[in-house]
Design a protein around this ligand. Structure first.
Ligand SMILES: [Zn+2]
Length: 96
């Protein structure tokens, strides 16, 4: 193998150990969830998922899993869950 190429292969190996060098600007992925496939998107630091839970909460298990997997490769905005909408209902008062 040409020595220039060998050098690049070695550099790629080192880079592959340092995922924080990479930041995803946007992405689209199919997530094989427990009840079927979901389309996941990331654009301008905002996640999207076509599952029903995401529509109500602004995040979901699929997005949270992606955030864990890709964490070092996400900018701060994308690392944080879009939890602005995620306010769990107050538990109903239990009659005494
Ligand atoms: Zn989802």
């Amino acid at each position: 193998m040409h020595s220039d190429l060998i050098g690049k292969v070695e550099k790629a190996r080192r880079y592959a150990e340092e995922p924080e060098r990479i930041k995803f600007g946007e992405l689209r992925a199919t997530f094989h969830g427990g009840n079927g496939n979901h389309e996941i998107t990331l654009k301008d630091g905002h996640w999207g998922c076509d599952c029903a839970f995401f529509h109500g909460w602004g995040t979901c298990a699929h997005v949270m899993a992606m955030q864990r997997i890709l964490n070092p490769m996400l900018n701060k905005e994308a690392q944080q869950a879009d939890l602005a909408l995620a306010k769990p209902e107050e538990p109903a008062a239990v009659p005494a």
